[in-house]
Design a protein around this ligand. Sequence first.
Ligand SMILES: Nc1ncnc2c1ncn2[C@@H]1O[C@H](COP(=O)(O)OP(=O)(O)OP(=O)(O)O)[C@@H](O)[C@H]1O
Length: 504
Amino acid sequence: MRTCLEVRDVTKSFPGVIANDHVNLVVREGEIHAILGENGAGKSTLVKLIYGLYKPDSGSVRLYDQELNFASPRQAIQAGIGMVHQHFMLIPALTVAENVVLGGEPGRIHYRRKENIELVRQLAKQYHMDIDPSAKVGDLTVGLQQRVEILKVFYRKAKLLILDEPTAMLTPQEVEELILVMERLRSQGIPIIFISHKLDEVKRISDRVTVMRAGKTVSTVETKSTTPQELANAMVGREVVLHVSKPPQMPGEPVLEVEDIVVLSDHNEKVKGVSLQVRRGEIFGLAGIDGNGQFELVEAIAGLMPCKSGHIRLLGQDISSSSVQHRTKAGIAYIPQDRQLDGLVMDFELTENFVLRDFFKAPFARVGQMKKGPIEEYATRLSEAFDVRPRQIHALARNLSGGNQQKVILAREVSRNPELLIAAQPTRGLDVGAIQFIHNKLLELRAAGKAILLVSLELDEIMSLSDRIGVIYEGRLMAILPGGEVTREQLGLLMTGVKLEEEG
Ligand SMILES: Nc1ncnc2c1ncn2[C@@H]1O[C@H](COP(=O)(O)OP(=O)(O)OP(=O)(O)O)[C@@H](O)[C@H]1O
């Protein structure tokens, strides 16, 4: 097979960090080439270099016979490189067709609406993607928005597609649809670079895998000749345990009691009368397909959304209408699902992000003034304990890799020794080693008699950690089941609104 892309000996440094250290990568025509690596290993930096978002300090990048030396993504696009970022770059108020042609229209004065709709319809047909060109992007699911991003790339005649963690935000059904799209692109000879932390996905769809560790490319192998366990070990550089072992434990008194709560969002009832309890020493997992009210429910418990009716009690105290600050003091810690929007102040240093909830009190402040020494000491301790890389407590949160940003939030919330930890998607975007670490932290809290409400779109995570599992569908709890006994199929049915007894 012909070589499409060749990255040779590329190095890229940021202050205090060598993000890519003499990196080599060869991508062949018509292959799906996965890039695996721990959080902060340099994967995003590498694809950003290929896409012209960064300039390498040294080394070369070739696309077919052309030496690339981009000053901007515009040049990369013109050369035939397309990239779909983790966070989409679409304009919600515009239609699919308008978004696809945006920035790539020939220099006409008038936008040709009908012509463009037809053009995008043909393009979607050519790549076997089912999408309505005249739909408004803001009304589409995440999976369909991603399809618009991919179409946009092919409207610009890409010869190589880069997908940076494309499945992180998708539901299992949407992942299946994306895999179909990727397989069809491959059959048309289009090479795809695919970054993922999910070893089973990498194993299933990629042809070859390149593993990165600490800024270096350590190996490239044929996917079929390796196992997920071998890949995990290569990434981390040590043996990784892929399964959680959860010791048996008797739960104690209820810490959180939710009674018949109704939550409105945009005048619609998103949570329609949910009741549940989370007890001491228990992990309660909330399973559901994204958009079924699980995140509104946890925001209501954390105090970020008001309840229209119902009660929330923490250790017997009614907190239904308490402020976030009061709930925090009462012992609630919260890991929000969107780390950049709700979890961190991106332009603050790590020191500030670590004390975001406690900066006004001792030992971090005295007589209204923040104390640098204790804050730095605390930040250093947390960075080490949670293996935040690089160990630069004065780095801005925005300059950390996605997984390391997530570790900062986890460190802050878990270290507050809460009575109740609400963990919404706590391991999204984390590498296998970090997931193992976080799962152990949740189990430590459980062993210490804390209550944990875990919300995750990953069924494996819910099933391996939870003592009890609640399934939410269209804002209602379908069932609460014992964690060890329920099967994936049963959960799948409940998540789509099918009651189990109707099945039997
Ligand atoms: N703009 C930047 N300024 C400073 N440091 C940066 C910048 N971008 C990345 N880095 C650093 O470079 C290293 C590699 O980051 P990169 O985002 O490439 O990792 P990654 O493998 O994609 O990680 P993840 O899986 O967590 O997304 C990290 O140490 C990160 O903190």
